[in-house]
Ligand binder design. Structure first.
Ligand code: LP5
Ligand code: MN
Length: 241
């Protein structure tokens, strides 16, 4: 049996072919797995667990069917779905994880995270992140009517849509120093994250030992799934048409 990892699907009602690819994965592959880990940015943006749209309901139903069938599902929030909360967890049966989680995968310890917090050169983003993670601000936001929240999100998105264009690719990548800080802190030699949209398996030396950082791929023209079992570890892509 195999443990599956996905992230950065950026699902929304606007890209039906991505949703179809996700539902296909949830029906055909995920039910055969030991467990499914979603490491953030499943959604293009998640405005709240009370989202009444058929799109949101269909995603919730897909997770519920999977967890009801006995496959444990874990969810790390990303920078686009940091507002996924207890309501989502209750309705789907998914277990929400903290920002950094250590798991044991077939005898090897690994730290799992979305990856945005590893981009320590991106100060503008990290300042913004601090604000939107303030518990009192989230509490206030969550108590607004859903339609008001949608308008606020659309306005902020519109205002910051050009911010990324002014940043260099280096600024939007992880720093090796922060990668090693986090791995040292958790005493692991394997890290799995998404966010940067640079799928890869990086091998490096840490304190005289081999360490690995696996970067999950984002879904677009291709989808990516990382599969780990007792014997092997591979990230494969498949076309989405
Ligand atoms: O996901 P990706 O790769 O496209 O970009 C991210 C960073 N961008 C974001 C922004 C979100 O995608 C969309 C935000 C919608 C806003 C909703 C707010 C709801 C309010 C909730 C209150 C509880 O995450 C991008 C990174 C990039 O990753 C690479 O790492 O660079 O960061 C940015 O572009 C952000 C800007 O640098 C800074 C923006 C300042 C905005 C100030 C608004 C403050 C609002 C605070 C409170 C209401
Ligand atoms: Mn992200």
């Amino acid at each position: 049996m195999t443990t599956l990892f996905i992230s950065d699907l950026h699902l929304s009602p606007n890209v039906p072919k991505l949703n179809q690819a996700f539902f296909h994965f949830m029906r055909k592959e995920a039910p055969k797995a030991d467990a499914l880990y979603v490491l953030g940015d499943l959604f293009d943006f998640w405005t709240g667990d009370d989202d009444p749209s058929p799109f949101a309901r269909s995603i919730i139903e897909a997770f519920k069917q999977l967890t009801d069938s006995g496959v444990p599902c874990y969810f790390t929030r990303g920078n686009r779905d940091f507002l996924v909360g207890k309501g989502f967890a209750k309705e789907t049966g998914v277990t929400l994880l903290g920002d950094e989680t250590v798991v044991e995968l077939y005898g090897q310890k690994a730290v799992l995270l979305h990856g945005d917090t590893l981009c320590t050169l991106d100060e503008a983003y990290l300042n913004y992140r601090k604000k939107v993670h303030l518990p009192w601000l989230q509490w206030l936001f969550n108590h607004l009517p859903f339609s008001v929240r949608e308008k606020i999100v659309a306005k902020i998105k519109g205002e910051i849509k050009d911010d990324k264009k002014s940043k260099s690719l280096d600024i939007m990548d992880v720093t090796q120093a922060e990668v090693e800080n986090v791995m040292h802190h958790h005493r692991v030699s394997l890290m799995i994250h998404g966010h940067t949209h640079r799928p890869n398996i990086h091998h490096f030396n840490m304190d005289g030992h081999e360490a690995r950082r696996i970067v999950l791929g984002d879904w677009g023209y291709y989808g990516y799934v990382l599969r780990i079992n007792e014997k092997s570890l591979s990230q494969d892509s498949f076309p989405i048409d």
